[in-house]
Design a protein around this ligand. Structure first.
Ligand SMILES: Cc1cc2nc3c(=O)[nH]c(=O)nc-3n(C[C@H](O)[C@H](O)[C@H](O)COP(=O)(O)OP(=O)(O)OC[C@H]3O[C@@H](n4cnc5c(N)ncnc54)[C@H](O)[C@@H]3O)c2cc1C
Length: 385
């Protein structure tokens, strides 16, 4: 018999061939096949091509945030950075912005702009509230100086008073642009990650739900719905679901709801927009509007692992869509969905060992598209230590 990875063969009666070719013992098992899990696998394989790396994903597709998100390639709007500075010191805020900036460059270099359908259209922050707009405008010289340390560019944020009217918005005052943000196609990105991981020899196993992880010192055992897997090292990249597997009280699930419209004739919207302190976000995609947010309407209810959409939040999205974003056109919503983010008291990811052979790489907040690849690179370094 081949040396097998799935040691308890009672749950699924695997064949000799399955045990030999698909389920052999692993050097690294990664739990979670989202951006972080797949980038970690890719960077580990790039560094150690001979190591056996396995990704266990419970969904048919990645089923958390990575295939559900809005595809904003963003690293901080002016209002967001100012708000972060009220709760965290400058160096902490800058370190997360740096991660996001570096992550975006890494992602674009790894996958390529064409494969991501990356569009450097800029990121915009839309203000209805005059006071909030003025506070941000007053702070722009300071914020541009701060950002210069990250991007190396003198001007990141620009006042764009005419943009609201140009885009056809109703009742919008000031708009501030982040010149270096963009947007991408989330589905293309995840497909590219999966192909790249498989091309490097990473074994992707879907439909495997990890129930428990046991670090035994010489190996780590993982109990799953199909039997017990073993590996030398384990990376937990389950983001918002982290507390289900690890004793991490500082990660909570945060549902985020989205809708996408049917194609809109004469759509004026172009770019990635943040609205109401970032609680809402919208962009153009394939002649449609993609709009998400509204978590602030029910923080308690949205602290959930459930992927269902809810009527009050979807109604608020409809109102914003028809009343502010495309008041000039007839719009029909084509589809609605939700994803689960991982958030916590601090706006920064947790990337650290949680026992001798287990590393956590979780809590990506609403920033994972940007930071995910960089986190994967850090994980690869930690696995090697
Ligand atoms: C609606 C929405 C919009 C967003 N928009 C943006 C955006 O525009 N820009 C941006 O930067 N970020 C955005 N985000 C956040 C971003 O998508 C996430 O930060 C990022 O995808 C996190 O990646 P991840 O790999 O850490 O986690 P996930 O993608 O959540 O992956 C974790 C995986 O672990 C799997 N898993 C969990 N438990 C187990 C288990 N026990 N056994 C096996 N597998 C398990 C899950 O099925 C899941 O696939 C958005 C998120 C949502 C939900």
């Amino acid at each position: 018999m081949p040396k097998v990875n799935v040691r308890d063969n009672r749950v699924v009666n695997f064949s000799y061939w399955e045990l030999k070719s698909f389920l052999a013992p692993a050097d690294v098992i990664i739990v979670g096949g989202g951006i972080v899990g797949l980038s970690s696998a890719i960077f580990i394989k790039k560094r150690w091509p001979r190591r056996r790396v396995v990704v266990l994903e419970r969904g048919v597709l990645p089923s958390g945030a990575s295939t559900k998100n809005a595809g904003f390639a963003c690293f901080g709007s002016a209002g967001e950075v100012l708000d972060d500075l009220t709760r965290m010191d400058e160096e902490t805020v800058l370190s997360t912005i740096r991660l996001r900036w570096e992550g975006l460059q890494l992602l674009r270099g790894l996958i390529g702009d064409t494969c991501l359908d990356y569009k450097a259209l800029g990121g915009y922050e839309v203000f209805q509230d005059r006071m909030a707009a003025e506070t941000c405008l007053d702070a722009l010289p300071y914020l541009n100086d701060l950002m210069r340390e990250v991007t190396g560019n003198r001007v990141t944020y620009l006042k764009q008073p005419g943009v609201g009217a140009k885009m056809g918005f109703w009742g919008v005052g000031m708009v501030i642009k982040n010149r270096y943000e963009g947007q991408l196609d989330t589905g293309l990105m995840m497909n590219a990650f999966i192909h790249m991981a498989q091309g490097l020899g990473v074994q992707l196993l879907n439909g495997v739900v990890v129930d428990a992880i046991l670090d035994l010192g010489s190996r780590v055992d993982l109990n799953t719905n199909v039997g017990c897997f073993s590996s030398k090292r384990v990376v937990v990249a389950t983001n918002g679901f982290a507390a289900q597997l690890l004793n991490l009280k500082t990660v909570q699930p945060a549902r985020a709801q989205v809708l996408v419209t049917e194609p809109i004739k004469g759509l004026k919207l172009k770019g990635a927009f943040h609205f109401d302190q970032g609680y809402y976000y919208f962009r153009n995609i394939d002649g449609r509007v993609l709009l998400g947010g509204g978590r602030n309407l029910d923080f308690k209810g949205e602290t959930t692992y459930s992927m269902e959409t809810t009527l009050p939040i979807q109604k608020a999205l409809d109102k914003l869509l028809k009343g502010v974003i495309v008041p000039y056109a007839k719009v029909k919503v084509a589809h609605r969905w939700a994803g689960i983010m991982g958030v916590g008291p601090e706006k920064k990811p947790i990337v650290e060992p949680v026992s001798a052979n287990v590393i956590a790489a979780v809590r990506m907040g609403g920033m994972g598209v940007a930071i995910g690849s960089r986190v994967g690179q850090i994980v690869a370094r930690l696995v090697g230590e």
